[in-house]
Design a protein around this ligand. Structure first.
Ligand code: PEP
Ligand code: MN
Length: 291
């Protein structure tokens, strides 16, 4: 339990952090975020790949093998899945965490997985190198505070998805909840709701340069949720790279047709290889190496 003076001191520290963050936003160049392998370095374009959800050890390992073979370093996979329908697959939950830990260790990959509930936060942080906050929780301020504190203590960055109906201003404010706890934040644009229904969401490409400019931050693009269609993922990835994103997040499943979630937007491992091959010359032209 914190005493009143300590609490006040902490608030003071937070206020200073806020002021410093605002000043930094005007002057600083975005700093790479260290998470075992840096994300956001000027010369790299990070690809975080993996299934929407951990379904089995074998499924995860099949994707991890390709991620590692491509020389990438980050494996994504949800253990806890925040689904729109309560009748949809909710993730394997706690059972998925050791699978994620073991497969990542086997292929020497860093892990990105979502925290949906403060009750799971510690257990997730035990296996995650990057703590993901999903679009449905961007404005869950109690969760942001818990995860922000945890991220600062564990020295693990938070990947903050943009709320699907959040303005850039609201997204920046949500990030402040994390930053004022001294957590490092990776912003992730993942598409927003518009009147358009041809794609699952609408990729707001201009969010990339805007947030980089306004928050002096690392900005990634989730090209899978932004489109909802595997065939559009390569174009979204090219747009992200050309717009100056620091990387992309992409869903990959060994058998998308039978995926328990988000199969329509998932690439096969072979398609991930093709995507990397296609992006390489563009990355080189942008002075970046795909990692
Ligand atoms: C996810 O990354 O699998 C996910 C659920 O993303 P979002 O929160 O952006 O929908
Ligand atoms: Mn998904």
């Amino acid at each position: 339990m914190k005493g009143a003076a300590e609490e006040k001191g902490a608030q003071g520290a937070n206020a200073r952090t806020n002021a410093a963050a605002s000043a930094d936003a005007l002057t600083a160049a975005p700093a790479a975020v260290d998470c075992g392998t840096a994300i956001g370095a000027q010369s790299t374009f990070t690809i975080i790949a993996g299934p929407c959800a951990v379904e089995s050890r074998t499924q995860l390992a099949q994707v991890a093998a390709t991620v590692s073979e491509l020389g990438l370093h980050h494996l994504r996979a949800g253990a806890y899945k925040p689904r729109t329908s309560p009748y949809s697959f909710q993730g394997l939950g706690a059972k998925a965490l050791p699978m994620l830990r073991d497969v990542a260790a086997e292929f020497n990959l860093r892990t990105v997985t979502e925290i949906c509930d403060p009750a799971h936060a510690d257990a997730v942080a035990d296996v995650a190198d990057i703590l993901q906050i999903g679009t449905r929780n961007m404005a869950n301020y109690a969760l942001l505070k818990t995860v922000g504190r945890l991220a600062a203590v564990r020295q693990k960055p938070v990947l903050l998805k943009r709320g699907m109906a959040a303005t850039i201003e609201e997204w920046l404010q949500a990030a402040e909840y994390l930053r004022c706890e001294d957590a490092a934040v990776l912003f992730c644009e993942r598409g927003i709701r518009t009147f358009e229904t041809a794609t699952r969401f609408t990729l707001d490409v201009m969010a990339v340069p805007l947030v980089k400019q306004l928050a002096a931050a690392t900005v990634l693009v989730d090209v899978s949720h932004a489109t909802g269609r595997a065939d559009l993922v390569p174009a979204a990835a090219r747009a992200a790279l050309a717009a100056g994103a620091d990387g992309i997040m992409v869903e990959v499943h060994p058998d998308p047709a039978h995926a328990k979630s988000d199969g329509r937007q998932s690439l096969t491992p072979a398609q991930l290889m093709q995507l990397c091959a296609e992006l390489t010359p563009l990355a080189v032209a942008c002075g970046k190496k795909i990692v």
